[in-house]
Design a protein around this ligand. Structure first.
Ligand code: 3PG
Length: 394
């Protein structure tokens, strides 16, 4: 793929696909991280004299106009992060869009309404892509976090205009390549979260690529059950113990060490401050649930991190949203941050809950790289080629 430095931008209408699918409450943006992260690309194109036309989706309106899903509500946060005025068009194609594009001068920025208000967007419809292409002279994709979707504004459009990866897209791809493509070894992957069923492909791909795989969170219980342990009332996908065994077998063949919790924090109730105790994994009481990794388990994770050169992290080690079951995640995350700051570890994290967990631990800023992507990060970790990236050219 090309970078924006390789495109002729001065005086050109540049369709810039961004991901500003940010949390909004009562019409106000509550976390503007994704908006802040696209700012360098927008500024760069505008400063080079390009006319920036922002294309984006918001939420899942399913091809219909849903007023509560208008991108207008993110305008104030966008103007704030860009430090410049942004015009808005009520539609992303047709007369309203064309008039707004025609009114743009060099260096100005325009945000078009939610691309998903049109059914052609998610269908990757060539006519809809053509209608978008009609508005621009070049296409830049800065939406890595939406690159797992083969939609008109993320995929088809790249084939209709001269195209390039934006700064954030390039940064994401480089960070991920460094973590799993050509990493410094040993590589440790920490994978947590509630269910194994959502991460089977991911685990299967990782055991081929990493030296140590730490499995935590609810999904570790399925692996413990696969070893014949009684996990009591813990969240566990008993129908997947066979699959867990297969993954463990594959890991052994590929020389990947799987670390499962040795001791666990258990409780009878899942609520803040619930009475809890630490027991060996094999001693989980029949009426209790495993809610976090115990100190011995976390010490083993810390040791694995100390011996590693690269870390890829996705998902919490326990029920981190409820104290005290955040302890395992927070302790391990702090260790990773400390090693990163000391220049001993390259740490890359991403995917939904992960960023929230690292923020809660107060260490997100100390990781080498925190991806803006949720689903796209997972698909990339599964080893999939993301359509939005592929469309930009190899
Ligand atoms: C995200 O928020 O992860 C992306 O914007 C993709 O959104 P989607 O899951 O609705 O396609």
């Amino acid at each position: 793929w090309k970078t924006i430095d390789e495109l002729d931008l001065a005086g050109k209408r540049v369709l810039l696909r961004v991901d500003v699918n940010v949390p909004v409450e009562n019409g106000r943006v509550t976390d503007a991280t994704r908006i802040a992260r696209i700012a360098p690309t927008v500024t760069d194109i505008a400063d080079k004299g390009g006319r920036v036309i922002l294309l984006a989706h918001f939420d899942r309106p399913k091809g219909k106009v849903v007023p509560e899903m208008s991108l207008r509500q993110i305008l104030p946060a966008l103007e704030d992060k860009l430090g410049r005025k942004v015009a808005f068009a009520e539609d992303c194609v047709g007369e309203a869009a064309q008039a707004a594009v025609d009114a743009l001068s060099d260096g100005e920025v325009l945000l078009l309404e939610n691309t998903r208000f049109h059914p052609g967007e998610e269908k990757n419809d060539p006519d809809f892509a053509q209608a978008l292409a009609h508005l621009g002279d070049a296409y830049v994709n800065d939406a890595f976090s939406a690159a797992h979707r083969a939609h008109a504004s993320t995929e088809a459009l790249a084939r209709l205009l001269p195209c390039a990866a934006g700064r954030l897209m390039a940064e994401e791809l480089q960070a991920l390549e460094k973590a799993l493509g050509t990493p410094d070894r040993p590589v440790v992957a920490v994978v947590g979260g509630a269910k194994v069923s959502t991460k089977l492909d991911l685990l299967s791909n990782l055991v081929e690529k990493v030296d140590t795989l730490v499995i935590g969170g609810g999904m570790a219980n399925t692996f413990l059950a696969a070893q014949g342990l009684d996990v009591g009332k813990s969240l566990c996908e008993h129908d997947l113990t066979g699959t867990a065994k297969e993954i463990a077998q594959k890991a052994a063949e590929k020389g990947c060490t799987i670390l499962l919790p040795r001791d666990v924090v258990v409780a009878r109730e899942f609520k803040a401050g619930a009475e809890s105790e630490t027991v060996k994994a094999e001693d989980t009481p029949a009426d209790a649930m495993i809610l976090d990794a115990g100190p011995d388990s976390v010490a083993h994770v810390e040791m694995a991190l100390e011996n590693a050169k690269t870390l890829v992290w996705n998902g919490p080690l326990g029920a981190f949203e409820i104290e005290p079951f955040d302890r395992g995640t927070v302790t391990a995350a702090k260790k990773a941050a400390e090693l990163t700051k000391a220049g001993k570890l390259v740490s890359v994290a991403g995917g939904g809950d992960t960023v929230a967990a690292l923020n809660a631990a107060g260490v997100a800023q100390d990781f080498s790289y925190v991806s803006t992507a949720g689903g796209a990060f997972l698909e990339w970790m599964e080893g999939k080629v993301l359509p939005g990236v592929k469309a930009l050219g190899a």
